[in-house]
Every structure is written in structure tokens, then in C-alpha cells.
Design a protein around this ligand. Structure first.
Ligand code: DC
Length: 222
């Protein structure tokens, strides 16, 4: 049985996490959310500012992230503690985006991510998976949707949690984050030359997963 590596990259809010988790489930593969690793580090920093590089270097010495899926939720553990809910705030989103532009942070997290890819049979999602982390993945997907569509989905998600949000503000935040992620000097978000572009503005979650599983099967996944 062939276990391929699937890299799923794309901007914030394109539905990467749900799509990747369900694709992994359908293929019987493991699922690695690399954004959660950056978020876990942002959380671990507490009050440490993004500019305090020496302190961040110190923190990285005792930084371990693991994942476990239960009840359809991908639980994220920082040094053994479940931080799944804590890393999904707007504050952590901003901080994760800022620290992800620091070269030594990317280098430190690079090795961690490469280890997850070693065995194959993995769906890994992020911003630089097809370009940097798994450049030889059998299948690379660049998943995107319009900023408005992504903001709408995020709004529904937050409203379901009882949070009131401003749609225009969300669109603005998404565009700002896209800009930061696409224009940083190290590992900017960009589609790999050999990635398949999937725009899911007009299709739902299941249909998106169907499209990706079909590509995976064409690339030999069993
Ligand atoms: O996918 P996410 O929103 O959880 O990611 C959080 C931040 O981490 C995002 O702003 C970009 C960054 N990131 C990255 O630079 N490289 C990755 N492979 C994954 C995430």
C-alpha cells in the first residue's frame, strides 16, 4: 500500500484546517497543522514581545508540540498541556504571524516539521509545506478562496461561539495577514510551481475534500 505525502498550503481562512483534517481522515493518514506550532510558540511567549529574540531563543529550548485527534477535534499540546482553545484568539493569530517572519524561529521549527513528514502517509498544512518543508511531496495543493468568502466563513465561526464581529474589520485583517505572510523575506506564502490550485469560493467543505482525495488517488494514494 502506497502512503503518499500531501502538502496543503494557502492563505488564512481558506478552510485549510477542516479540509486537511478530513482529507487525512478519508485517506487514513496523520494530520499535521503547522500553523498550530507557530500559534503554540506565540502562546508560550506570554508577555514576551516579538522583538525579544534572546527570550524567544530560550523558550525554544523547551518547546514541544504534539497533536491528538479526538471527537473530530485536532487537539494541540504544548509540553503536554492541551492548549487547543487558547491558541485560536485574534491576539495569538497576530503574534503567530509576526514571529513566523523571524528567520531563527522558522529554522527551529523547520526540523520539527520535517520529522513529521519522514514516515509518509501524512497530510500537512501550512504556508510553506510544498515549497520548503516537503518540496518532494507527491501531491501539493494550494487552497484559496476570495478574502470576502474567507471573512464570511470566519464570521460564522466566531458567531457560532457567541462572539460578535465586524465583517469589514475581518476582511481588513485577512488582507493584512495575507500581505504580511506573502511579503516576508523568509519562506513567504506562495504557490509551489508544481502545486494544484484549488479555489473553493464556490464549493463546500465536502466537495473540496472530494477534489483533493481524487488528486491523491491519482498520485497513487491508497
Ligand atoms: O494557519 P494559521 O493561521 O494557524 O497560522 C498561523 C500563522 O503562522 C500564520 O500567520 C502564518 C504562520 N505560518 C507560517 O508562517 N508557516 C506555516 N507553515 C504555517 C503557519
Amino acid at each position: 500500500m502506497k502512503k503518499i505525502r500531501v502538502a496543503i498550503d494557502g492563505p488564512a481562512g481558506a478552510g485549510k484546517s477542516s479540509v486537511s483534517r478530513l482529507t487525512a481522515e478519508r485517506l487514513g493518514y496523520s494530520y499535521i497543522d503547522t500553523g498550530a506550532i507557530y500559534r503554540a510558540l506565540a502562546f508560550f511567549m506570554g508577555d514576551t514581545a516579538v522583538e525579544e529574540h534572546d527570550k524567544i531563543r530560550e523558550l525554544l529550548k523547551n518547546f514541544e508540540v504534539s497533536f491528538r485527534i479526538s471527537d473530530g477535534v485536532n487537539h494541540v499540546f504544548l509540553n503536554g498541556n492541551d492548549i487547543t482553545a487558547e491558541i485560536r484568539t485574534e491576539n495569538i493569530s497576530r503574534k503567530a504571524s509576526s514571529i513566523s517572519a523571524i528567520p531563527f524561529v522558522r529554522e527551529a521549527l523547520f526540523e520539527m516539521q520535517r520529522k513529521y513528514a519522514e514516515t509518509g502517509g501524512v497530510v500537512m498544512e501550512g504556508r510553506d509545506i510544498g515549497t520548503v518543508i516537503m518540496p518532494d511531496a507527491e501531491l501539493k495543493i494550494f487552497l484559496t478562496a476570495s478574502p470576502e468568502k474567507r471573512a464570511k466563513r470566519r464570521m460564522l465561526e466566531l458567531e457560532a461561539k457567541g462572539q460578535k464581529v465586524d465583517f469589514d474589520e475581518l476582511v481588513k485583517e485577512i488582507k493584512e495577514r495575507d500581505f504580511r505572510d506573502s511579503n516576508r523575506a523568509v519562506s513567504p506564502l506562495k504557490q509551489a510551481d508544481d502545486a494544484v490550485l484549488v479555489d473553493n469560493s464556490g464549493i463546500n467543505l465536502e466537495q473540496t475534500v472530494d477534489v483533493i482525495v481524487k488528486y491523491a488517488e491519482e498520485r497513487g494514494a491508497e
